[in-house]
Design a protein around this ligand. Sequence first.
Ligand code: GTQ
Ligand code: FE2
Length: 342
Amino acid sequence: MSPTDRPDRELIDALEAAHYHPLWTRYRAITPMKPAARDNPMLWRWRDFAPFTERAAREVPIEDVERRAIILAHPAFGGATVTTANLIAAFTILEPGDHAVPHRHTTAAIRFGTRAAGAVTLVNGRRCAMNEGDLVLTPPMCWHGHINEGRERTVWFDAANIPFICGMDANFFEPGSRGDTAFWKVDEGDERLYTGSGLEALRDEPHGLQGHSPKFHYPGDVTRRLLDAMPRAADGQRSLRYTNPETGGPVMATLDCQYTRLVAGATTRARRATHNAVCLVVSGDGYSEVGDERIEWHQHDVFTVPHWTLAAHTARSAEADLFIVSDRPVFEALGLLRVEFE
Ligand code: GTQ
Ligand code: FE2
């Protein structure tokens, strides 16, 4: 710009040279009218992904097996390892006998069993089986590792808020020791205390409310039984939320998990929210209108609903089940949650 493009040009230049920014030239950029997700909605098809599970199992050296996860990376984030804002989603592949070195981190993560029967995740000294539709939490700073004790390759879906925690530069990571055999020699342990819905062990000491659920393992058969019993909402869906049994709140301070069953012939109300979501197709076929895009999905496909993007879902099969993980509790806790229906 020429020095005379505006009367205050010399002042602006002087301010900038001294590390000040005038608000009057920047307010539009620094106070946007509404959220604008960097990423368009994206689908990762299981059909396209499946060959990579085969290749990862064969080609990734055994010493790297502690991390044989393949993350779904949206190109809108310029090469950063991000699925949608704040979140990553991945599939973890284990060959029979593979086990991961235990570790812990401040990132919150979940796993959801897709083809994982025979695998086990250990969380803070509790054995959590990974059957069809099982949700396992690995809350912040809880030790976790996993092993495939079966005879078949296992694959599960996982999600974590690595981009959020790294954006805050609040990630701590502690590796466990490779030779820690005691880590693996545990049973369900205190997980048994949380298997009776509506029942709680009576104790004298105060509850150590931890910012995450004391229950780590949410078996798929229990989820499906509750859904079978639930009435349909006006738009046909049945949706449940996984909760912290001590508070009724989200399972972790920064991640929320939901399970939705759609019926053919009904479309959910178009909805947008300030938080981000990743949807795993647990079963069935259907399509979702997300923003300007129509996403056709099938079993074990994964798609995103970026923040402030309208989304409506429709089953093509008689029923279709979606597992949805989001960063909603962050927005809720900070007074930033906004939800609108079209
Ligand atoms: O297996 O604990 O996909 O720490 C990303 C981070 C999996 C895990 C991921 C993790 C893990
Ligand atoms: Fe981890």
